[in-house]
Write a protein that binds this ligand. Structure first.
Ligand SMILES: C[S@@+](CC[C@H](N)C(=O)[O-])C[C@H]1O[C@@H](n2cnc3c(N)ncnc32)[C@H](O)[C@@H]1O
Length: 327
């Protein structure tokens, strides 16, 4: 969607990534990039990044870290199934509830220039369509990015392949950074949050929604599920813990301003169709959308109780990069 007109525009040709050049940089050297035909080239002339037929610039064709390599292979393999599993009526209905929790954290005015890290199919940029000036989605998996590109055609939206711990994005360039279900796939949280802080403008905000395991029954359950399920990889996927996340954010000079959890029994039952295979059959249950809404209301009631706001299964958080020029 076009942010101003609200109208779908044709997919930009690869050359149109030119409109995003000021937001990009060479992930290896940090230098600015320029075009040479269908390739982005760093000032040293050595580092070169091709742009594929879908207009996706490839900054991480062979990722350096083994975690990123594992995730790339995994999501390239499961992209179609992953997307199908999120398309069932109950999954969409419960996600809509979680979306409201995230939207409730956003400012009323625009989001400016946006980066979505680990964007997959472009979940955040779709949710906030019409609220940003330009947006770039970054993911390690080309198959996830190609699915995103197929669904999103706005000229103010670009997708690039990159590693979250070595972003091909410029310093102090973004007003808002989003991660929805991506942080827990990146083991090197210190490097990840350093990158988020680097690309944010002073005063910019980092919005995230992630699995969290601060309540011991969820911690135990996930320990078992992450080991047993072929859809998950316990080596490279680690749900957040408050006591671990807050210090890493703070070390990266990001000030945590909000941390509230959502999702309880309803989330367990109605989400996770990648893990709970029987859950896929819920789509045939009459009234499943109403049932899901009732579960979401119940979950919301539980996670709003005093002393229970950190016991949900998903955290919606906001961290800010302080603007020292204001102090
Ligand atoms: C659970 S999916 C969520 C994506 C998105 N919110 C969605 O629903 O489509 C996690 C995504 O993180 C990406 N990812 C994992 N490790 C990454 C890394 N080191 N750098 C960039 N992306 C990564 C995966 O390829 C995958 O698309």
């Amino acid at each position: 969607m076009n942010a101003e007109s609200g109208v779908h525009t044709a997919a930009p040709a690869s050359g149109e990534i030119r409109a995003f050049l000021d937001l990009l940089r060479c992930p290896a050297t940090g230098e600015p990039l320029e075009f040479q035909g269908r390739t982005l080239v760093a000032a040293d002339g050595v580092h070169q990044y091709p742009i594929d037929a879908a207009g996706i610039a490839q900054f991480a064709a062979s990722p350096e870290s083994s975690d990123a390599q594992t995730q790339q292979a995994h999501y390239d393999r499961v992209a179609d199934t992953y997307i199908t599993n999120l398309s069932y009526p109950h999954t969409r209905e419960y996600t809509a509830y979680l979306d409201q929790a995230l939207l409730g954290q956003l400012p009323a005015d625009g989001l400016g220039d946006v980066a979505e890290i680990c964007c997959g199919r472009g979940e955040a940029v779709e949710l906030v369509a019409g609220r940003f000036k330009r947006a770039i989605g970054v993911d390690i998996s080309l198959n996830m990015l190609r699915a995103a590109r197929k669904d999103h055609h706005a000229a103010n939206l670009a997708f690039v392949q990159g590693d979250a711990t070595r972003l091909p994005l410029a310093d102090c360039a973004f007003d808002s950074v989003f991660m929805l279900g991506g942080i827990h796939h990146v083991n090197d949280r210190a490097a990840l949050f350093r990158e988020v802080a680097r690309i944010l403008k002073p005063g910019g905000r980092f919005y995230f929604r992630e699995p969290v395991s601060d309540f011991w029954p969820w911690l135990m359950l996930r320990k078992i599920i992450y080991r047993l399920s072929p859809a998950l990889d316990h080596e490279t996927e680690r749900p957040l813990r408050y006591d671990e996340t807050a210090p890493y954010l703070s070390a990266a000079q990001l000030r945590l301003t909000s941390w509230r959890t959502y999702g309880f029994f309803g989330f367990c039952l109605l989400m996770n169709s990648d893990v709970l295979v029987f859950n896929r059959l819920f789509r045939f249950v009459p009234g499943i959308r109403d049932i899901t809404r009732a579960f979401a209301r119940f979950d919301d009631w539980i996670t709003s109780r005093r002393n229970w706001t950190r016991r949900g299964l998903q955290v919606v958080g906001v961290a800010e990069k302080p603007d020292h020029s204001l102090s």
